[in-house]
Design a protein around this ligand. Structure first.
Ligand code: HEC
Length: 167
């Protein structure tokens, strides 16, 4: 290929890749269905739901609380990040759900930068979907900083899952 043609080919490929990434992010967010008070994408990945009047789904509200009790000391308020740990509002949008889970379960270490493992901590594991969807809502600017003002009622099924998980 001539340099110009290869440049065009590279630019085209980059454009396609970023369109695909945007598509992925959309797929990773949009609500496809609701089940027992939980919202999911078409790929059965938990996601948030914010009504027009700002009412958030229960998981988003619960995630706000759980995030601020378990994660914010390192990751900063509202998922904004800190000098020590990354902005999880971005991670929740950009990372694959299962990768996000795996880092929390197993922890991760990079020199002095240490993410603890939470796999045996029920106060985290029983609410990890809550934390994840809350952060995704923050990353998409679907909810403002601070405590969500209005929330859906907690579905019985969510309470039952919680009781089972917490034992
Ligand atoms: C003791 C401090 C600390 C706490 C508490 C903590 N983290 Fe972390 N976390 C870190 C650090 C530091 C990193 C970056 C690790 C690295 O450099 O590999 C990290 C990385 C992560 C990542 C990967 C982000 C990315 O973009 O690659 C996720 C996901 C994560 N943490 C989730 C959580 C969640 C959810 C909680 C609360 C349940 C939590 N963390 C609590 C320190 C912490």
């Amino acid at each position: 290929m001539t340099p110009l043609r290869s440049l065009i080919a590279t630019a085209l490929a980059a454009g396609l890749a970023s369109a695909a990434a945007a598509q992925d992010a959309g797929d990773n967010i949009a609500v496809a269905y609701e089940e027992d008070g939980r919202y999911f994408t078409a790929d059965d990945i938990p996601t948030y739901n914010v009504a027009e009047d700002g009412t958030v789904d229960w998981l988003t509200f619960s995630g706000f609380r759980r995030y601020h009790s378990e994660c914010h000391v390192c990751h900063g308020p509202d998922g904004e990040g800190s000098t020590y740990a990354p902005a999880l509002k971005k991670s929740a949008v950009e990372m694959d759900y299962y990768d996000f889970y795996s880092v929390v379960v197993n922890g991760r270490e990079n020199g002095n930068s240490v993410m603890p493992h939470f796999g045996d901590n029920r106060n985290v594991m029983c609410y990890l979907d809550d934390i994840y969807v809350y952060l995704k809502a923050r990353g998409m600017d679907a909810v403002p900083r601070g405590r969500p003002a209005k929330k859906e009622a907690k579905a019985d099924a969510i309470q039952e899952d919680e009781n089972d998980c917490m034992g």
